[in-house]
Design a protein around this ligand. Structure first.
Ligand SMILES: Cc1cc2nc3c(=O)[nH]c(=O)nc-3n(C[C@H](O)[C@H](O)[C@H](O)COP(=O)(O)O)c2cc1C
Length: 183
């Protein structure tokens, strides 16, 4: 059976990150022919254009993982009404050197969880702006601005009953959309 490989970028390094929990729970909503692998970004150096000619090993690994994936899934918090710096750092690394971006053409889904009710809408919009520039087709609907509150996850880390139907529909659409791009 062909496996669709999805590289998952979580925009938070926090140990108990809601967004990492959400990424894990979302992967469980996908069918068996989808594999979700985390794209580590914590070990990347700060981006410096001087290093474009000799990218560090973690950067090379990041780019190889992106190139090997059929699609990307970004699950990110909002920091000060934008995306976290660690996520932008990773995006910048893999976009370089000029003309050798790993992102180009890779379809992407965007999700985000925040403690605030309107959380992540601005971060997601900023992220969509960046992904458009990087020539990444990004699923437009449904949008998912998830509030991290009690009951979002059950005791086993699955999506809780209140959000289950909505997030299952999101995943079903994403799966169909990734397959359409891969065909
Ligand atoms: C530096 C910083 C800035 C934040 N800015 C926002 C914000 O603009 N909007 C928002 O909804 N939440 C904001 N928050 C709260 C986050 O939603 C909350 O910390 C969330 O748990 C982060 O996601 P995580 O659990 O995946 O780490 C901010 C948190 C931090 C640490």
């Amino acid at each position: 059976m062909m496996k669709y490989q999805v590289a998952v970028v979580v925009g938070s390094l926090r140990r108990e990150s809601f967004n990492r929990q959400l990424a894990t729970a979302m992967a469980r909503l996908a069918p068996a022919d989808f594999a979700f692998d985390p794209l580590p970004i914590a070990d990347l150096p700060l981006y410096n254009q001087d290093d474009d000619g000799r990218q560090a090993e973690p950067v090379q690994r990041l780019k190889a993982q992106i190139k090997a994936a059929h699609a990307l899934l970004f699950v990110t918090p909002e920091y000060n009404r934008s995306i976290p710096g660690v996520l932008k750092n990773a995006i910048d690394h893999a976009s370089r050197p000029h003309g050798q971006s790993a992102w180009a053409g890779k379809p992407a889904g965007v999700l985000g969880a925040s403690v605030s009710a309107i959380g992540t809408s601005m971060a997601q919009q900023h992220l969509r702006n960046i992904l458009a520039y990087l020539d990444m087709p990004t699923m437009g609907q449904p949008e998912a601005f998830i509030q991290a509150k009690a009951g979002l996850f059950d005791a086993n880390g699955n999506v809780g009953p209140d959000s289950r139907k909505f997030l299952q529909a999101w995943m079903d659409r994403y799966v169909a959309w990734v397959k359409w791009h891969a065909a």
